[in-house]
Design a protein around this ligand. Structure first.
Ligand code: DGT
Ligand code: CA
Ligand code: CA
Length: 567
């Protein structure tokens, strides 16, 4: 889910809750704002960076602040508070198509009906008969809506970054509030898939029921689908299912292996185990009654005669054969990164902003940090901005950390947007807006300088579920011109999926791994996504000491730039 649709969904939900409380004007104000945010052609983060939130129609000061809170914290506390005033079942009831907030409010206040199940009972017991506006046909329709909702398909998949942030906050709450020992995300999130169906969290705990109870009581839990002593399933805001399993330490490795999947990888492992006279399940690897492995994942793989396989490549796409023959690739890791190259400069950078970033980057042992002027700002008074940024930089005591300045240029856009005064260390090419944008044809490679890499290779602002259809031509263009491609933590909203990244690697195109808009820890996800494409450090520009230095990047199988291709 993009930022815009995230905020819009919460505003719609606030409107519904206000309807439940019989508020008169506020619900419409929230819906109006949600609609204009949805139809905005630009990411809210950019709008906020430009300081232009108040230009969005229907967004007054109060809502402006709530958007700011969402961008900062990923949540809106007013929404959390409103939600807490109703039992979770009431919120569920309100979401059933055809029932809506007003009717739900009446059911709850007049008949104490507080969940879909309670409504079904009330209908069966005839308690709705005589309620004004509820004739026999209307009641039959309600019964039908309840049946359909119970059989409804599961919610849509969640983009990787959203799922990761949620998992991180749930894990940190459980770690600080309950006696957990090990706790980690498994499933598709651990494999760094572009999108995640549900979150699978595994833990060991000194007191499992306590850990489960804290989990089902988390503030963002919308409803509880299942609660036992060692296992629970909830729906968490904004509509993501989370499974938590508390397992025995003796089984933690086996459970982690099993619930990380993928299913196809596990099926293949099971058949290997069978051939060895072993049985593998979520509790361990067994020979007859004897448990031969289970505490760690490494021993599970070892018991099958395999080297430990990195989770990101467990897709049954040759990794098991590679582990059998000792040909697993050495995948890029977070500690191999020497810097980040795509950190947007805010609208008005401050000394505090710069100092926090420098501290974060130095703590990571980075050698350089690339601060970037986004395409939307290009054309501003860069001549003033650049010296100011350099001044803040030296004030932030960067030590050995070097500043690199990047400029985003729209590929094929007007040439006056390219860096004529050579104020910048490197250029980042971004496709023109629109999902059908193609790489520039030869005449448009007129810019005086070639971009170091292509970024923001994603679908238009509406997001969408598929990577850019025309990734192929971009990979080819990058291979031909010696330009790298960027991978971000966004997952499915990024434009380049694992298959695309794998094709890029095979074509000798270097990758740049960028962070999200949060702190630098989000780089972990870009690294995971590169690992998923079997990429090792040599294929990553920002694992090199020079990053995007003056020299053109040298990929392992890079073609020479075509003659006359610029630069
Ligand atoms: P998702 O949630 O759709 O993004 O994908 P996963 O891979 O997280 O799938 P999920 O949540 O259904 O199950 C988590 C892992 O548990 C899965 O990757 C492998 C394991 N698993 C689940 N069901 C089965 C099954 O029926 N057979 C086997 N072998 N493994 C399973
Ligand atoms: Ca899952
Ligand atoms: Ca699951």
């Amino acid at each position: 889910m993009s930022t815009n649709s995230g905020v819009a969904q919460i505003f719609y939900a606030i409107a519904d809750l206000l309807d439940l409380q019989s508020e008169r004007f506020k619900p419409d104000a929230y819906r109006r704002a949600a609609r204009s945010i949805e139809s905005l052609g630009e990411d809210l983060r950019n709008v906020a960076q430009r300081g232009a939130l108040d230009e969005i129609p229907g967004v007054g000061e109060a809502l402006h602040e709530k958007i700011g809170e969402y961008l900062r914290d990923g949540r809106i506390s007013y929404y959390d508070k409103l939600q807490a005033t109703f039992p979770p079942g009431v919120l569920e009831l309100m979401r059933i198509p055809g029932i809506g907030p007003k009717t739900t409010g009446r059911f709850y206040l007049q008949l104490q009906i507080d969940s879909p199940t309670a409504l079904a009972h009330a209908i069966d017991q005839g308690r709705l008969v005589g309620l004004s506006g509820f004739g026999p046909r209307k009641i039959e329709k309600l019964r039908e809506a309840l049946r359909t909702a119970a059989a409804a398909p599961p919610a849509a998949r969640t983009p990787l970054l959203t799922a990761w942030r949620l998992a991180r906050s749930v894990i940190s709450e459980l770690s600080s509030r309950t006696p957990v020992q090990d706790i980690t995300a498994a499933g598709s999130l651990r494999r760094c898939r572009e999108s995640v169906g549900d979150l699978d969290i595994l833990a060991t705990s000194a007191r499992p029921p306590e850990t489960i109870a804290v989990f089902t009581g988390l503030a963002g839990v919308r409803s509880i689908l299942l609660q036992g002593d060692t296992k629970a399933t909830v729906i968490h805001e904004p509509g993501i299912q989370i499974d938590l399993r508390v397992v025995e330490p003796a089984s933690f490795g086996a459970a982690l292996q099993y619930f990380t999947g993928s299913k196809d990888h596990n099926i293949h492992l099971r058949s290997l185990a069978r051939d060895l006279g072993l049985k593998i399940n979520e509790y361990g690897v067994l020979r007859g009654e004897e448990r031969v492995a289970g505490v760690t994942e490494a021993e599970v793989y070892e018991s099958l005669g395999l080297a430990w396989i990195p989770p990101e490549i467990r897709e049954n796409q040759g990794e098991i054969e590679a582990a059998q023959t000792g040909h697993l690739p050495t995948l890029v890791s977070v500690d191999q990164l020497r810097g980040e190259l795509h950190r947007h400069l805010p609208d008005a950078p401050t000394a505090e902003w710069m100092a926090a970033l420098v501290t974060d980057a130095r703590r990571r042992g980075f050698q350089y940090l690339g601060l970037v002027v986004p395409a939307a700002r290009n054309g501003d008074s860069l001549g003033r901005l650049v010296p100011e940024v350099r001044r803040f930089w030296s004030d932030a005591a960067p030590g050995a950390l070097r500043l690199r300045l990047g400029l985003e240029v729209v590929l094929g856009g007007p040439t006056d947007r390219y860096d004529p005064e050579s104020l910048f260390d490197y250029l980042i090419g971004v496709p023109a807006p629109g999902p059908a944008a193609q790489p520039p044809t030869p005449p448009a490679t007129r810019p005086p300088r070639r971009p170091a890499f292509v970024g923001h290779l994603r679908l238009g602002p509406a997001g969408g579920d598929a990577p850019r259809e025309s990734t192929g031509p971009w990979i080819e263009w990058c291979a031909t011109h010696g330009v790298a491609l960027e991978l971000t933590p966004l997952g499915i909203e990024d434009g380049l999926d694992a298959a695309g990244a794998r094709r890029a690697r095979e074509a000798g195109v270097g990758l740049v791994l960028s962070g999200g808009l949060g702190d630098l820890s989000e780089l972990e996800l870009s690294v995971g996504r590169a690992r998923r494409a079997w990429v090792s450090a040599e294929g990553v520009l920002n694992s090199r000491a020079d990053g995007v230095g003056a020299a053109a990047p040298k990929g392992p199988k890079r073609k020479r730039p075509a003659p006359g291709a610029g630069n």
